[in-house]
Write a protein that binds this ligand. Sequence first.
Ligand code: WQD
Length: 331
Amino acid sequence: MSILVTGGAGYIGSHTSIALLKAGYSVIIADNFFNSRPEMIQKIEQLAGKKVIFYEVDVTNEQAVNQIFIHHQIDGIIHFAGLKAVGESVKKPLKYYYNNILSTLVLAKACHKYGVDKFVFSSSATVYGDNKVPFVETMDLLPTTNPYGETKVMSERILTDFGKVNPNFSVSLLRYFNPVGAHESGLIGEAPNGIPNNLMPYITQVAKGKLERLRIFGNDYPTVDGTGVRDYIHVMDLAEAHVAALEHLTPGVNIYNLGTGKGTSVLELVKAFEDANGITIPYEVVARRLGDIAECYADVSKAKRELGWEAKRDIVTMCRDAWRFERYYEE
Ligand code: WQD
């Protein structure tokens, strides 16, 4: 089977492309390198030991996307391509709504036009808003604090409504918690452009000496130690969950939380990183970050029950693999 992976040169897309190739799928990657680099394609092929077909396209470009469907037999789509910086989305809402919503519309329209009925969508735990933890797929969604989160809610709704009138259409909405870590080779990983927004890449850059110290955004939350609690999941566990979701697709809409089901605070993650790698991470506590919630972690029983999938890699492995990638990584 041939799978179109949009954003396949990105952090989660590249790891998933490797998992797909290893599972015997053919992979077509569509990416515009907005938040990734051309050398990722060669690294994916090297790590998977197989070739991919690659198109440098912006998936909001309907004509360019249609050309891929015209020239290739596509059996399914995994749609990663999108902007994902929460803070930036507050400052540039139109950029986020345009890019993230139009890309979903273009791809759903192409599925209809070319008869592709398997769709896996990269969604996010952000859609839950400030619900009560642990988050469960059946929960009513609450308003998110940012346009990025709203684009995920809207894309889920577009695909759900499209599924309602196309009985053969199978869509899996995968709600990621906090993806971290890197492929065990250290060859690929999370390489954000500029100063990292997310905690783990910030920690690894402090460890490397690129950044002076970690700023912990608030220690007065109602949590175990006052710092924010999140459900960190290894990116390779996440990648393998996409293969499982693809293999278990059935007509209709299925929603799955992809996390470990365990919450880890900022201070606990810092300590885990220090213990796993024998490095001290200097930090200072500063004011809370706008839009942050105290706790976010998943009820992961549905993915285990229906996909036969659960996260296998622990927080120590996440910290070791993240650090290995940072050490080897050259800008
Ligand atoms: C984690 C914790 C911060 C940086 C976001 C998106 C989510 C997904 C993952 C796209 C929080 C604290 C962070 C720092 C800190 N992105 N922190 N100092 O905000 O949970 O989730 O990224 O899909 O959709 O919402 O991740 O890594 O930014 O923050 O203290 O320099 O670390 O306050 O408690 P977040 P994060």
